[in-house]
Design a protein around this ligand. Structure first.
Ligand code: NAP
Length: 270
């Protein structure tokens, strides 16, 4: 009942909706009777998903293909939403990718594109859509961070830093928004088998099995947490313990443990 009250008949923008967690957000929101705007680069996949969701769930679904790594990509998306007169109640900033390996070997242009998708687009879309939410005194922003945002992540150094940005930004925003009728949630998943691992060139089979959760479980917990206006959600017992440990132990020890996790368990060559 509570699920329908928050979501039913509202509109959500889901970035990175063409696969993994974003596709699952789109499917679960459609089940919760939310009209959708889906965005990513893969236009055909989005069109197929939109057709499925409107047929099965009877919701309205629009598609806007956009590369968020392009300079002004997020601004172009915001302009298109305005041109189509779409009022977004729930912004799901999910699009993102990672890179793995020694920092000095990284492709510098790819690192810059990652920062634009993971950080700049989150900021620009939040700023562009928040004013309307505040005027309507409803809705919110769900930003997908990561357990990697809780501590420096050797061999995924830029990626971990982008997620620390998302986490810090979201927690600050949530506090600013207190009492406004609008809220913000940082989702901090641990390992989830999606297209993420291949995109980051993480060796297959390296997803940490003891911490792993599937995308549908993560998304369901995220939307339930969002509906009860939680500020942060870390799905899974192991991930919660890891997060607690990153706060309790000295930072030097935490970074060393993160290094071992990445190289020994994550099989990333360091
Ligand atoms: N999977 C995990 O273990 C894990 C853990 C913690 C956090 N996360 C976070 O979860 C979020 C979703 O990732 P996922 O695991 O679902 O990975 P995924 O299956 O690879 O999905 C990534 C999504 O982001 C979109 N995207 C990538 N680059 C883009 C660009 N330049 N412009 C627009 N859209 C772009 C992709 O669509 P197109 O390729 O069609 O553009 C795709 O829809 C990311 O923010 C990731 O950092 C994942």
């Amino acid at each position: 009942m509570a699920k329908r009250d928050v979501f039913s008949g509202t509109t959500a923008l889901v970035t990175g909706a063409s696969s993994g967690l974003g596709e699952e957000f789109a499917r679960e929101l459609a089940r919760r009777h939310v009209n959708l705007v889906l965005t990513a680069r893969s236009h055909d996949k989005l069109q197929q998903l939109a057709a499925d969701l409107s047929r099965v769930n009877g919701v309205q679904v629009q598609v806007i293909a956009q590369d968020l790594a392009e300079p002004d990509g997020a601004l172009a998306l915001a302009r298109e939403l305005k041109a189509r007169n779409i009022a977004v109640d729930h912004l799901i900033n999910n699009a993102g990718f990672g890179t793995a390996g020694r920092f000095e070997t990284m492709d510098v242009e790819r690192e810059a594109r990652m920062i634009r998708v993971n950080c700049e687009s989150v900021t620009v879309l939040s700023r562009s859509l928040l004013r309307g939410m505040l005027d309507r005194k409803r809705g919110g922003i769900l930003n997908v961070a990561s357990t990697a945002g809780h501590q420096p992540t050797p061999f995924m150094s830029t990626y971990g830093a982008t997620k620390a940005f998302v986490l810090s930004f979201t927690l600050a925003l949530a506090e600013e928004l207190r009492g406004s009728g609008v809220h913000a949630l940082a989702l901090c998943p641990g390992p989830v088998p999606t297209g993420f691992q291949a995109a980051a060139s993480i060796p297959s089979g390296a997803v940490l099995s003891f911490a792993k959760l599937d995308a549908s479980t993560v998304v369901e917990r995220a939307l339930d947490a969002y509906a009860r206006r939680a500020v942060i959600e870390t799905p899974g017992f192991v991930n919660s313990v890891q997060t607690l440990a990153s706060k309790v132990f000295p930072r030097s020890l935490v970074v060393r443990a993160a290094r071992l996790t990445m190289t020994k368990l994550g099989r990333i060559s360091g």
